[in-house]
Design a protein around this ligand. Structure first.
Ligand SMILES: N[C@@H](CCC(=O)N[C@@H](CS)C(=O)NCC(=O)O)C(=O)O
Length: 175
């Protein structure tokens, strides 16, 4: 857990670990790294013992990568843009169009998740894995943006399932 204030995130101390000032940063022995998806890849390779990912080189492995990239690069992006836009806009200067456009793009992502979760508890091979960690985090945040609505019932039920997992409880109660 760190001080998430703009002051701390722009301090030389934090920028030495995270050149753009973003969170998270992970350390493991001599290793320091940023980018959450890359951290997960590293943890799985080094400590996973084959868990949480499909067998490499299989179609399920390809879909797992698809969903991991989707969670951060496609789904989290418009949500992050709403936050950034609100943060940097001068008082009264937020542009409604920008926010609405970002919400529309997030809802397209909910369409994709709605279909993928039809009749499935998890995104790939109906087995909990890293794709669910990446998308679960983004969906957890999406609740703050008013984009989780009744016309997409599967994603809220999915994130509720993920929130019950012991690992999720450890993460949210850390610090
Ligand atoms: N692609 C990065 C995104 C990191 C990111 O945007 N983190 C947010 C918090 S969830 C942040 O630090 N926002 C502050 C900022 O952009 O300055 C990752 O997955 O680690």
């Amino acid at each position: 857990m760190i001080d998430f204030s703009a002051e701390f995130r722009s301090s030389p101390e934090w920028r030495a670990l995270s050149p753009t000032g973003k969170v998270p940063v992970m350390t493991d022995g001599d290793l320091t790294m940023y980018e959450s998806g890359a951290m997960i890849d590293y943890i799985v390779e080094r400590y996973g013992g084959g868990d949480l990912v499909p067998e490499p080189g299989t179609p399920d492995s390809a879909l797992c990568r698809q969903w991991c990239w989707f969670g951060e690069a496609t789904f989290a992006r418009p949500l992050g843009e709403i936050v950034n836009h609100r943060r940097v806009a001068p008082e009264g200067g937020t542009v409604d169009f920008v926010v609405e456009d970002c919400k529309a793009r997030a809802r397209l992502c909910l369409d994709a998740l709605e279909g993928a979760l039809d009749g499935a508890d998890y995104l790939v091979a109906n087995t909990f894995g890293v794709a669910d960690i990446m998308n679960g985090y983004t969906l957890h945040l999406a609740g703050n943006f008013g984009v989780l609505t009744d016309d997409h019932p599967n994603p809220p039920a999915y994130v509720a399932r993920l929130r019950e997992r012991p690992g999720f409880q450890v993460a949210v109660n850390a610090g």
